[in-house]
Every structure is written in structure tokens, then in C-alpha cells.
Design a protein around this ligand. Structure first.
Ligand code: PA5
Length: 448
């Protein structure tokens, strides 16, 4: 089954003139990227990059399906409490695969609350019937202030309304060994799931972090993981040596060369509302992984592309003017869906002005708008490329997310930085805790 295909002709000088890349430089960087991929594979055999092995955790998937099945028999609402990498993957999966107005009413409602906005949080809690609600508290560190605060509020409200029965309504996902939240979950007898050691938040969507809420929401997690396994073969399987054959290598090379040419902004623009949150998830993955002060050699480089999310066709009437005529500092990635679930025919119009639309479908209109935008950008010398997803299935979405993760790990190698840490985020977390009165000592040790 075809996983996805990338059309990058409009990244090349033949089509976009002086702002384009040459095939020779792409091939040259491809050879370098191929050596880095080999290194990633070697490191993987030594136990590094455990996120690459998440799709193969069959036992975990079975356990999650068991827990989800039981919850689905009584829960009406399933609330994820988490932030950053502990939330964005969940949102991406639900938006992509459980779109509004389509998903079945038999599924519990899934809410992912990645903020501590008091009005939103209080409003949500008041709207829930706590007897039929499960809270899934996700925090790898077990110390993130937003998640801890949410948890404390929820636990108190559950205790107040359900008494001793409350632990059944909380499921934690934490580091398997460390952290105050894990120890507390143990003491209070919650169901616990774990993020494997060495898997960072933004690389955890295919771990229990993303899988539990997906399974509760009725997403086929076996297919999701199967898509990731296929993508593993297509990117790290060893058969795809050239840049054109390997979607992760191609994406990393196009992005890296664009950055080196001064295009420091990378826009991800899905032409599918269902993929909008995949764009948001990608932005965190790309920004937090690649935005780094120091190189692996310890040199201060302050590198990193700035990801921007846009949505087609909506942003044609908003950001596109800037992309067409503003500074030449952007590269645009379109995400296109080849086969939408619905097509929706536009009826014959008696009005002459609108007759040109007759016989077309909304799916055709979306693709015409994407193509039209791509052509206009190309004519204006603005590089872009398109990743085509055959359809919005769990299999293809699993493959897409896995591909972006491999692309990010490889881009880290090209940039010469560590894409798996986030010292800047840690420093901000430490400052917040200190402002709230927590021991400031940790701040001195926060890497920067
Ligand atoms: O990707 C990351 O590592 C971060 O975005 C974290 O997921 C985020 O800061 C939340 O951290 P935690 O899961 O420890 O609560």
C-alpha cells in the first residue's frame, strides 16, 4: 500500500528560478543524510532513539485496548490533562481520525486540556458528570506545573463528589521510575501506564501517551501502529538510499537546504481541516527539537527554523498575501489528501455567474485551491512542496507522524544539534515554579 508521496518539483530552480535548489546540491546533501541515517540506525541498535521502536510494542497496544474497552463500557467523557508533547499528539490523532460531525456517538467524548485557563477549565469541569468521567493525567516528568495544578483540582472535585471511589477515575501516564506523580499514583492506587525510558514528550505520540485516548475514542490503534511500522521500513529499512526514495530524508534535506539559503521560516499548510492539528503537532516537534543555542560540539550557533502553521484554503484569505509578496524567507509544505471520506457535489446553478462550479465537488475545489496556490507561489519564485496522503486513515496518519519524527531526528544530525533535549523549556518551567514559591535551587542546574 502506498504510504505517501512527496512532489518537490517546485523546490527546484527549474521551476522557481534563483530561489530554488539545484538537483546537484540535493543529491550531495542526500549522500550526507544517508550517512547520518546509517548512524541513527547504528545508534538504534545500541538502545538509543527508543521512539523508533514504539510501533512494535504489541503487548502495550493489547493492554491499552483492554483498558480502553473497559472504560468505554461506562465512561461518557475522557479528559486528557497534559501539555506540550503530552497533549499535542492526542489532539492531532483525534482531529485527524475522529473529525467533528463524523465520529460515532457511541464513543466517549475526548477532551484534551493543554492549558490552565481558569474559565475553560472550570467550565469543562462543571459540564461533566464526574460519575462517568475519566481523567488521564499525562506527565513524563511528573512535575509540570500546569498538569500538576489540573490534577490537584480534579482529584479534589472527584473526592468531593465520589468519595472513596475516586481513584477509578484517574489514570496516570508517567516515567516508569521517576517523579512525584508516579509515586503518588502508586500510593493512591490509580491505573498507571508508562512512557518508555528515553522517549521524550514530542516523540511519544505512539506510546501510551497517544494510544490510550485514541483507543478510548474509537481509533484503530493497531492500524495506526502498522502505518508507523511501514514507514519505519520506508525510511530506516535500508532499501531507500537516495533522497528521492526516502520521504524523511527528502523532507530533512529540503528543509535544511532551504534554511541554509536563508528561508528560516517553514510553513506547514494542510489542505484538510482534519490535519490542522497535525500541523500544530509538527510545529512543536520541529521547534522544540531544532531550536538550539549550542551545537553538539559545544559551539554557540543559535540555530533553528521557525515553524508556522497555516490551513488551506482558510489562510489563502489571510496569510497567503505575505507568502506571495513578503520576504523570501519561507518554504511551504502543503499536506494534501488524495481521497477525502466525502466528496460532496456542488449542484447545478441556474445563475450564469456560478455555472462554472456545476459538476465539481468540494473535494475537487479544495485540491484546485491548493494547486492554484502552489502555481501562484511557483510563478512568484516561492519554493513549496507537497506531501500527498492517500487518505485519512489510521494507517496513513500513523505513517505520516512517524515520518515527521524520523525527519526531525535526521534534521538534528544535519544541523549538528541534539534534537531530543529542550533546555529552553526546562528553564522556563523552573522559573515558573520558582515564581510560585518552589525551591529556586533547580534553576541553577537547568541547562541553557
Ligand atoms: O516534548 C517535550 O518534551 C515537552 O513538550 C513536554 O512534553 C512538555 O513540556 C510536558 O512535559 P511533561 O510530560 O514532563 O509534563
Amino acid at each position: 500500500m502506498e504510504m505517501l508521496r512527496t512532489d518537490f518539483k517546485n523546490m527546484l530552480g527549474d521551476n522557481v528560478g534563483i530561489h530554488g535548489l539545484t538537483p546537484a546540491e540535493l543529491q550531495r546533501l542526500g549522500r550526507q543524510a544517508s550517512r547520518h541515517l546509517k548512524k541513527i540506525k547504528e545508534e538504534r541498535t545500541k538502545g538509543c532513539h527508543p521512539f523508533l521502536d514504539l510501533p512494535y510494542q504489541k503487548g502495550v497496544a493489547e493492554m491499552i485496548k483492554g483498558i480502553a474497552g473497559e472504560l468505554r463500557s461506562w465512561a461518557k467523557d475522557f479528559v486528557v490533562l497534559g501539555i506540550g508533547g503530552s497533549a499535542l499528539g492526542n489532539i492531532a490523532l483525534h482531529q485527524a481520525l475522529n473529525p467533528p460531525y463524523i465520529s460515532g456517538h457511541e464513543n466517549p467524548r475526548i477532551h484534551v486540556i493543554d492549558t490552565v485557563d481558569p474559565d475553560l477549565f472550570d467550565g469543562l469541569l462543571k459540564s461533566l458528570d464526574l460519575r462517568h468521567t475519566v481523567f488521564n493525567v499525562i506527565s513524563k516528568s511528573g512535575t509540570t506545573v500546569e498538569t500538576v495544578a489540573q490534577f490537584l483540582i480534579v482529584r479534589e472535585r472527584l473526592k468531593d463528589s465520589l468519595g472513596n471511589a475516586y481513584p477509578k477515575h484517574i489514570i496516570t501516564i508517567t516515567d516508569p521510575e521517576d517523579g512525584a506523580l508516579r509515586r503518588l499514583a502508586e500510593r493512591e492506587g490509580y491505573v498507571q501506564l508508562f512512557i518508555p525510558k528515553g522517549v521524550g514528550g514530542r516523540y511519544s505520540v505512539l506510546s501510551p501517551v497517544g494510544l490510550l485516548s485514541a483507543a478510548v475514542g474509537g481509533i484503530n490503534i493497531d492500524e495506526l501502529l502498522m502505518g508507523a511500522v511501514e514507514m519505519d521500513k520506508s525510511t530506516l529499512g535500508g532499501q531507500q538510499e537516495t533522497v528521492e526514495e526516502n520521504p524523511a530524508m527528502l523532507g530533512a534535506c529540503l528543509q535544511y537546504l532551504s534554511y541554509k539559503r536563508g528561508r528560516h521560516i517553514t510553513v506547514i499548510m494542510p489542505y484538510s481541516s482534519a490535519l490542522e492539528a497535525v500541523g500544530e503537532w509538527f510545529c512543536q516537534l520541529w521547534a522544540e527539537s531544532l531550536g538550539k543555542k549550542s551545537s553538539l560540539k559545544g559551539k554557540v550557533i543559535h540555530c533553528g527554523p521557525t515553524p508556522v502553521r497555516a490551513l488551506g484554503p482558510t489562510d489563502q484569505h489571510s496569510q497567503l498575501q505575505l507568502y506571495m509578496e513578503g520576504p523570501f524567507d519561507k518554504v511551504i509544505t502543503f499536506l494534501a489528501v488524495e481521497k477525502f471520506k466525502s466528496s460532496v457535489e456542488i449542484p447545478q446553478s441556474p445563475e450564469a455567474d456560478f455555472r462554472y462550479l456545476s459538476g465539481h465537488t468540494l473535494a475537487g475545489l479544495v485540491e484546485a485551491e491548493r494547486r492554484g496556490t502552489e502555481l501562484a507561489l511557483t510563478e512568484a519564485g516561492r519554493p513549496s512542496y507537497t506531501i500527498y496522503l492517500p487518505e485519512l486513515s489510521a494507517f496513513h496518519v500513523g505513517g505520516l507522524l512517524y515520518m515527521f519524527q524520523v525527519q526531525t531526528a535526521l534534521a538534528g544530525k544535519l544541523f549538528g544539534i541534539n534534537p531530543f533535549d529542550q533546555p529552553g523549556v526546562e528553564a522556563g518551567k523552573a522559573h515558573t515554579s520558582a515564581l510560585l514559591g518552589k525551591d529556586k535551587g533547580t534553576l541553577q542546574h537547568a541547562p541553557n
